[in-house]
Each structure stands twice: as structure tokens, then as C-alpha cells.
Design a protein around this ligand. Structure first.
Ligand code: B12
Ligand code: SF4
Ligand code: SF4
Length: 321
């Protein structure tokens, strides 16, 4: 395709790219240099302490995970985007209902964000410079996305370890486009947790200490990433009715009072996801699970693990509530 853009300086190019990201449907965008971000090396310590539990895939490509430059050596700038998934619904707090975390109420975000990032890269190549090469990532690549998001000024990493933005709260996904072009970089975001410790106190399994998590205790890990094993007995009674993921440390975060409903229709809850009745789910067949969750993040848990979660919650809901 012939190049129709005009030559621009770094500031103009950066501004143009940011406008394109917002037009592509992202809710926030920032730019960081391709370098090892602050706190990156803590990952090594975290892995050594076994805090990742059985997520052994996190040990692979460790050097790339520690230093984004090793992932794409020609890369100069990381364009980090945030995609808001907040919808105006509340979890039902009843013994008879299981809770699915908000990020998984609607359609799977990986496809949605990847499609938007591909569109963004095409736009950049068509309207800014066809020589720009890029690599895009959402969640699954060996990248520490939250550290890049902090460097790019999207938000700060809170004591609950999630990225929080002053204007959006933390109900958003992250995605990145790394390009082989120098751009104008944003300042790393300042920390606005202050003396608050609400998330640490509210965590049902005490998985948090300030800015650090022990994934082995986190309900999100236990219900999504712990495969083909029972949930350890000492934690099984503390799932607080969560059958897929957990939102407690974000629900209590005061910055989430600023959350606004997303304009992404695909994140609206699928039928029965906000009020997930345990009595119905206990009889879900493998085929019905596939039909119901094929396009949802819940599908990642696989049928056997999802049913383990439902049974574990149901057992404790009847005996302890
Ligand atoms: C592994 C993983 C998990 C694990 C571990 C969680 C974790 N905190 O990392 C589990 C399965 C538990 C998990 C759960 C969730 N996850 Co997750 N997960 C990831 C994944 C794939 C890798 C994260 C990683 O590298 N962890 C390694 C540890 C060491 O990182 P960390 O806890 O952030 O630790 C850093 C800080 O402790 C920091 N540090 C150390 N000391 C200090 C001191 C100070 C002062 C500071 C500031 C920092 C600091 O250095 C560490 C190194 O990075 C990312 C995608 C990606 N590729 O990045 C998504 C990701 C982090 N997850 C995401 C989401 C949405 C969730 C859940 C909310 C889902 C849910 N509702 O159940 C929960 C949140 C639980 C929580 N409180 O963190 C989003 C977060 C978006 C956001 N706004 O922040 C991501 C970015 C996916 C995406 N593309 O959108 N997740
Ligand atoms: S997601 Fe739930 S279990 Fe995990 S750290 Fe947050 S509150 Fe604790
Ligand atoms: S609940 Fe408080 S301490 Fe935890 S992340 Fe939010 S502001 Fe920070």
C-alpha cells in the first residue's frame, strides 16, 4: 500500500500514535522505553521462593521476562494500552451462588485486545511510517506487563499488586505493542496507595503482603491455575464462594470508586454469570460447559477443574454458611 503520511518529529509521531490507540477503542495509552523496568529482578526471588506454585511456565524464558529487550531486540518503545472491562453489575453474596470474577463475565479479552492491537499496528504502518515493525502481546507472552504499564504511566502497582489508574481504578486489562521506533516516553506513575491497607486486610486467604503476592494462597490461582489437583484443605473452606478468579482485593480498593462502565459490549456478562447458581452448575455436563463457556475466559479452567471449584465451594457453602 503506498505511504500517504507526512514526515513527523518524535513528539508528533507519539501524539498521533496515542490518538490512534484511543480511536482503536483502548481507554488509556502510554509509552515506555524498551529496557529492564524497575523491580524486574524481584521475579527471580519470587520464583526461587516458589510463590508461583505450579505455574512452571513462568520459569521458562526467564531472561526475556526480566528484560523486554531480549524479547524483541530491535524494539525501542513499548506502547502500553489499557482496556476497561468494568460493567455495572454486582456479585450476588448468597450461599447458593458461586462467584465468577468480573474479568470473566463476558467474552475472552485476549482475542478482543489482540484484534485491536493488530488494527493499531496497521494504522501506524499506513499513516505514520510503513517501515515500523511491531510485536504485540496480551497476557500470555513472557513479559512483566504490569511493570511496563507502570513505566508507561498507565498507573501504579498497588499493594494488591494490580495496576491502578487514578481515573479508571483497576478494572482493566493490559496489552502492549513493541515497535522499532524511538518515541516520546511517559513518566513512570507515582504510587497513590498511601497508608491504605484495605486489600491486605480483606484478602480471604492472606495471600498479600504490601506489593507482593503468594500466588499459592491466591483464590485466583487456586481456581484458575491449579490444575488436576484438589484445592488444599486448609484453603478450601476460605474460597468465599469464588468458583473462578477472585475480585476481593479490587472490590475493596478505594480507587475503584472511580470505575466507569466500559463501552465494550463484549464484556457485558453472559447469561447466568453474575448469578451462578451452584445447584445448576453441579449438574453441568462437559458438553454444556463447552457450550456455555467456549468464548469466555472461564474456558481456560477446563471442565474438570471448573467442576472441582464448584464442588469445593458447594461443600463448604452447605457446611459452613
Ligand atoms: C501470573 C499472573 C497471575 C498470577 C500471579 C498474580 C500476580 N500478582 O502476578 C495469579 C494467577 C494469582 C493472577 C491473578 C490475577 N490476575 Co493475573 N497475571 C499473571 C501474569 C500472566 C504474569 C504476572 C507476573 O509476572 N507475576 C509475577 C509476580 C512476581 O509479579 P507481581 O506480583 O506483579 O510482582 C511485582 C511486584 O511485587 C514488584 N515489586 C516487588 N517489590 C516491590 C515493591 C514496591 C514498592 C513496588 C511498587 C513493586 C514491587 O515486583 C514484582 C515483579 O514484577 C500477568 C500477565 C503478564 N504477562 O504480565 C497477568 C495479569 C497481571 N493478571 C491480571 C488480572 C486481571 C488478574 C486478576 C485480577 C484476575 C482475577 N480477578 O482473578 C488476579 C489478581 C490477583 C492479584 N492480586 O494479583 C492482569 C492485571 C491488570 C491490572 N490492572 O493490573 C494481567 C496484567 C493480565 C492482563 N494482560 O491484563 N495472575
Ligand atoms: S485475588 Fe483474592 S485471594 Fe488473590 S490476593 Fe486478591 S483478595 Fe487475595
Ligand atoms: S486497597 Fe488500598 S493499599 Fe490496596 S491497592 Fe487499593 S489503595 Fe492500595
Amino acid at each position: 500500500m503506498p505511504f500517504k503520511g507526512k514526515l513527523m518529529n518524535i513528539s508528533e509521531t507519539t501524539h498521533r500514535i496515542k490518538q490512534m490507540a484511543l480511536s482503536a477503542g483502548f481507554h488509556k495509552v502510554g509509552v515506555a522505553p524498551v529496557q529492564r523496568p524497575a523491580h524486574s529482578d524481584y521475579l527471580r526471588e519470587w520464583l526461587m521462593q516458589g510463590r508461583h506454585g505450579e505455574m512452571h511456565w513462568m520459569e521458562r524464558y526467564l531472561e526475556k521476562r526480566l528484560d523486554v529487550q531480549k524479547l524483541f531486540p530491535e524494539g525501542r518503545s513499548v506502547i502500553v494500552v489499557a482496556h476497561n472491562y468494568f460493567t455495572n453489575h454486582r456479585h450476588v453474596q448468597q450461599a447458593a451462588c458461586g462467584k465468577i470474577s468480573r474479568y470473566a463475565w463476558g467474552r475472552d479479552y485476549h482475542k478482543i485486545i489482540k484484534k485491536k492491537l493488530k488494527h493499531l499496528l496497521n494504522e501506524i504502518r499506513t499513516k505514520v511510517d510503513p517501515a515500523i515493525e511491531g510485536r504485540l502481546f496480551v497476557d500470555s507472552a513472557p513479559v512483566q506487563e504490569k511493570l511496563l504499564a507502570r513505566s508507561a504511566g498507565i498507573g501504579w502497582q498497588g499493594k494488591n499488586t494490580n495496576i491502578i489508574s487514578r481515573d479508571m481504578g483497576s478494572w482493566f486489562f493490559l496489552g502492549e505493542l513493541i515497535v522499532n521506533r524511538e518515541l516520546r516516553y511517559d513518566e513512570p506513575h507515582l504510587d497513590y496507595c498511601g497508608s491504605c491497607t484495605a486489600c491486605i486486610e480483606a484478602c480471604p486467604t492472606q495471600a498479600l503482603e504490601p506489593y507482593r503476592i503468594d500466588a499459592r494462597k491466591c483464590i485466583s490461582y487456586l481456581t484458575i491455575e491449579l490444575w488436576n489437583k484438589p484445592i488444599p484443605q486448609e484453603l478450601a473452606g476460605r474460597l468465599d464462594n469464588w468458583i473462578f478468579g477472585c475480585d476481593v482485593c479490587q472490590d475493596v480498593c478505594p480507587w475503584n470508586r472511580f470505575a466507569k462502565e466500559s463501552d465494550e459490549a463484549a464484556y457485558q456478562p453472559g447469561e447466568g454469570n453474575v448469578t451462578a447458581e451452584l445447584s445448576t452448575l453441579l449438574h453441568l455436563s462437559a458438553e454444556a460447559f463447552k457450550q456455555r463457556f467456549k468464548k469466555s475466559p472461564v474456558y481456560r479452567a477446563k471442565y474438570e477443574n471448573f467442576m472441582r471449584n464448584v464442588r469445593t465451594v458447594a461443600e463448604h457453602a452447605t457446611t459452613e454458611k
